[in-house]
Each structure stands twice: as structure tokens, then as C-alpha cells.
Design a protein around this ligand. Structure first.
Ligand code: SAM
Ligand code: SF4
Length: 466
């Protein structure tokens, strides 16, 4: 671990100054920033601030084109897929935007039993999922935090046919250092937590009760997680609460702090936008709504600011917007999601128990077919996590471009598993065509590795990776 300041703080006045100075940047100055961004080594916060000012159609198109180029260079055509698993909607907090907040009587409360969790996981496995994001409100049944640990053990224990869950990421409230150590021992992949808003005053306005009122406890969570040995952490912003330009620069300060202190920044950034939630007036009228165009700008700017950090987009967004955003920088998407506990095994989604309304209700197979038709390789790869290529080790491979020789073959082999074990005939046809096209476009080294893995999968082996 490198030394560096142990406390994370967001320097608001610095952000306002950077945003003010950015207004002076003319087209020539913006084009300099695009040129630097094209090298895919990231940008200084002052340069990122200038990108937030882009309005004019030609410059916007240049911004998007640069983001597409960087995205393509680093991630190629892979798109990692996962499903959220809501184990409980009990919550003691009062986040004004969320249906699960304690005082909301319009939501049916439920914490799944271990048997119910196993049923959910079996359903997800039988759809073809391999990567799960475990989600819960901040109030556990009587077992307390042990409930989360038991749930993780349950998820990893379920097998169905040729399938199993190979990586469980978690999105749960901030923990103590000791609790993070237990989470690490439970073999989680990424620990994910969104600051929601980095703007302290807004944070206080929208978090009105419970432990989550403590801005600093939440902001320092990733420090505790990384101190506890969790290498992959995922941060995020709930867009719509405060000015998105401010939020992006604040997020970069958070990243810079983690890089200075631990030598590596977050593994992923999530970009949820505020969606309507039952019993939440604030969610119906976000204080700082983010338009679709601004949302695409946000994704493009983040792609250029931190090229090697994954960007996650959920089913909060519609299928159309998701399609438009893949090329700009998104590297992971959820699919076939339910945000009500029990929603997978019990079939139809229940609007009275879900956290917020979804924009994309399509089943996994339909999403996969759509993504494949667009030329993206749906990937269920979990190789890095299982080989211990996490945190700094992952970045050491990613930055010189070496990771591609692993990611592309692993994406293809996990996609091939999906096609053989779970796909509908229509998806299988589209998928097989895509695999053949992808192999044809590969350099000979990567093609050889890919062909070896694909042959193993076709012979009946599962979970092969490099
Ligand atoms: N309860 C934990 C917490 O708040 O950190 C973790 C789970 S919480 C269910 C996951 C995330 O859902 C929150 O961090 C928040 O960003 C997001 N969320 C809450 N209400 C939302 C809404 N109305 N629209 C979109 N996302 C929302
Ligand atoms: Fe609870 Fe998380 Fe929803 Fe806040 S966002 S009410 S902490 S579940």
C-alpha cells in the first residue's frame, strides 16, 4: 500500500473554480483535450471540466467519436452481463428517493429466507447468469450482518445442471473494517457502494434518517473496504440529485484519493439515474434531472477521464438508450432484472415491492440477442477474479493492452457456454454467426487461444478460461 492521506474529502470550492475556468475553453482548447483523451491515459480534472461544457453539435459529435474510439481500443466489442439479486427490502434509512425507505408504507416488506434465496439463484442460473450483484436495504433480519454472509454462502452453493454463479458482487450499506474483512473472506467480487451525491448539502437534504445520514461514514467506506483487502471496489452517483458536472469532478477527487492511498482506483463506476419509485415524490421530480443527451455525455466523459475503469449501466435505462450508450463507454450491463425480493422465482415483477421502476423489462435471452445483433459479444467472464487478477494486478495487465488477449477469448468461451446451454434457437443462430465473425477479425495469437477454449466448451467442458 502506498502512503497517502487516510481521510477522503471532497474539495467543493476547487470543483466550482474548475467549472468556472472551463467556461473559457474555446473549440481549439477542447480539441486539444480530445487529442489528449485519444491516447487513453486519462485526463486531468481541469480537462474533464472543459468537456462538461461541450454543447455545440459538431463538438458534441467529436466528444462522442473520441469516446467511441477509446472504448473500442480498450474494451473491443465485449459487454459483461449480470443480474441484481435483491435479498431484502427492509431498511432503517430515510432516503427520500427510494421506495425502500423506512417510513414508506406503500411497499410490501420482505427479507428472503436462505431457501428463497437459493430458489432465486437457481432461476437465475437456469436463465444463464453467472455473475450476480447481491443487493439489500440497510436493516437485516435478526441475524444482523451474518444474514449477508449466510446469503453469500447460499448463492455460491447453488448448482443447477451445468451452471453455477461464479462471481457475487455486493451492493450493501457501508461496513466496519472488521465486517469488510468478513465480506472479503466470503469471496465477494466487487464491493459496490454509491455515494448518491457528493454534494454535502444536497446529501443532508435527501437523507433524512438512519445511519445513511452520515456523509463521511459513507464516503470513507471504500477506504475501509480496501484496507480490509477488497481490491475491487465500485463507486457511483445517483444522477438527478445534484448538478452532474459537480458530481463528476467530485467522483474524480474520490478516485484520485483511492489511487494515491492504495495505488489503484475503483474497478467500476455505476451511473444510475433517478427513476420513479413508489411513495417517493422526490423521485418523480428529480431536483437536477439529467436529460438523455446529458446522460450520454456523462458516459462519454467518464470513458475519457478514466479509460480503464469499467462503467456499469442498469436496466433503469430503456433498451433504446442502452443501445446508444454501449459504444460510448459502458462495459457492463444488467439484464432481465427484478428489483423486488423474490421477483425471479415468482415470475412477474411486483410494482409494490420493487425499489424503483425499470426501463428495460426484457428477458436475458432477448437482451443477449439484441446485443449480439449489434455486434457486441455478451460476456459472462469471471476469470480475473478467480485467478486473483484483481485491483493493481488487473490494472497492470489492462493498461498496456495485454488484458485483451484474455478478455476476448474468455468472452467468447462464456458466450459459447450460454449459446449451448441456455439460448433460444433464434439467439443461438445470431450468436454462432457473431462468434465466427469475431474469430475472423482476431489477430492470430488471440484467435488460437479462443479456438482452443471454444473447442473445449463444445466438447462439454465448462468454466474454461485463460
Ligand atoms: N441500501 C444500500 C445503499 O443504499 O447503499 C444498498 C442498496 S440500494 C437498494 C442500491 C442503490 O439504489 C442506491 O445506492 C441508490 O443509488 C439506488 N436507488 C435508490 N432509489 C433509486 C431510484 N429511485 N432510482 C434509481 N436508483 C435508486
Ligand atoms: Fe435504504 Fe438503500 Fe433505499 Fe436508502 S437507497 S432507503 S439505504 S435501500
Amino acid at each position: 500500500m502506498r502512503t497517502g492521506t487516510t481521510t477522503v474529502e471532497i474539495r467543493e470550492s476547487e470543483i466550482y473554480q474548475a467549472l468556472e475556468r472551463a467556461e473559457q475553453c474555446d473549440p481549439a482548447c477542447l480539441r486539444d483535450v480530445f487529442a489528449k483523451a485519444r491516447a487513453a491515459r486519462g485526463l486531468h480534472p481541469s480537462e474533464v471540466a472543459t468537456l462538461t461544457t461541450v454543447q455545440e453539435p459538431d463538438l458534441l459529435e467529436e466528444l462522442f467519436a473520441t469516446a467511441r474510439e477509446v472504448k473500442h481500443t480498450i474494451y473491443g466489442k465485449r459487454l459483461v452481463l449480470f443480474a441484481p439479486l435483491y435479498i431484502s427490502n427492509l431498511c432503517a434509512n430515510e432516503c427520500l428517493y427510494c421506495a425502500f425507505r423506512a417510513s414508506n408504507r406503500e411497499v410490501k416488506r420482505r427479507a428472503l429466507t436462505q431457501e428463497e434465496i437459493a430458489r432465486e439463484v437457481k432461476t437465475l442460473i437456469e436463465q444463464g447468469h453467472k455473475r450476480i450483484l447481491l443487493v439489500a436495504g440497510e436493516s437485516y433480519p435478526r441475524q444482523g450482518f451474518q444474514y449477508v454472509l449466510d446469503s453469500l454462502a447460499t448463492v455460491y452453493s447453488v448448482k443447477s445442471g451445468p451452471g453455477e454463479v461464479r462471481r457475487v458482487n455486493v451492493n450493501i450499506a457501508p461496513l466496519t473494517l472488521d465486517e469488510f474483512r468478513l465480506l472479503k473472506q466470503a469471496r465477494i467480487g466487487t464491493y459496490q457502494l454509491f455515494q448518491e451525491t457528493y454534494h454535502r448539502e444536497t446529501y443532508a437534504r435527501v437523507h433524512r434518517g438512519g445511519k445513511k445520514m452520515d456523509y463521511d461514514w459513507r464516503l470513507s467506506a471504500m477506504d475501509r473496504a480496501m484496507e480490509a483487502g477488497i481490491d475491487d471496489v465500485g463507486i457511483g452517483i445517483l444522477f438527478g440529485l445534484a448538478d452532474w458536472r459537480f458530481e463528476i469532478l467530485a467522483l474524480l477527487q474520490h478516485i484520485a484519493h483511492l489511487e494515491a492511498r492504495f495505488g489503484v482506483g475503483p474497478h467500476t463506476i455505476s451511473v444510475p439515474r433517478l427513476e420513479p419509485a413508489v411513495g417517493s415524490a422526490l423521485s418523480q421530480h428529480p431536483p437536477h434531472p439529467v436529460s438523455d443527451l446529458d446522460f450520454r455525455k456523462i458516459v462519454a466523459i467518464l470513458r475519457l477521464a478514466v479509460p480503464y475503469t469499467g462503467i456499469i449501466m442498469s436496466t433503469r435505462e430503456t433498451a433504446q438508450l442502452r443501445r446508444e450508450t454501449f459504444a460510448l463507454g459502458v462495459s457492463q450491463i444488467s439484464a432481465g432484472s427484478r428489483t423486488n425480493p423474490g421477483g425471479y422465482a415468482e415470475g412477474e415483477y411486483d410494482p409494490e415491492a420493487e425499489q424503483f421502476s425499470l426501463g428495460d423489462h426484457r428477458a436475458l435471452d432477448e437482451v443477449i440477442r439484441d446485443v449480439a445483433q449489434m455486434g457486441y459479444i455478451p460476456s459472462f467472464c469471471t476469470a480475473c477474479y478467480r485467478l486473483g487478477r484483481t485491483g493493481g494486478d488487473f490494472m497492470d495487465l489492462a493498461k498496456p493492452g495485454e488484458i485483451k488477449h484474455h478478455c476476448d477469448p474468455n468472452a467468447l468461451s462464456t458466450f459459447q457456454e450460454y449459446l449451448l446451454d441456455y439460448a433460444s434457437p433464434a439467439t443461438r443462430e445470431v450468436g454462432e454467426r457473431l462468434i465466427a465473425q469475431t474469430l475472423a477479425g482476431m489477430d492470430s495469437r488471440t484467435r488460437k487461444i479462443s479456438e482452443r477454449l471454444l473447442a473445449q466448451v463444445k466438447e462439454g467442458k465448462r468454466d474454461v478460461y485463460c
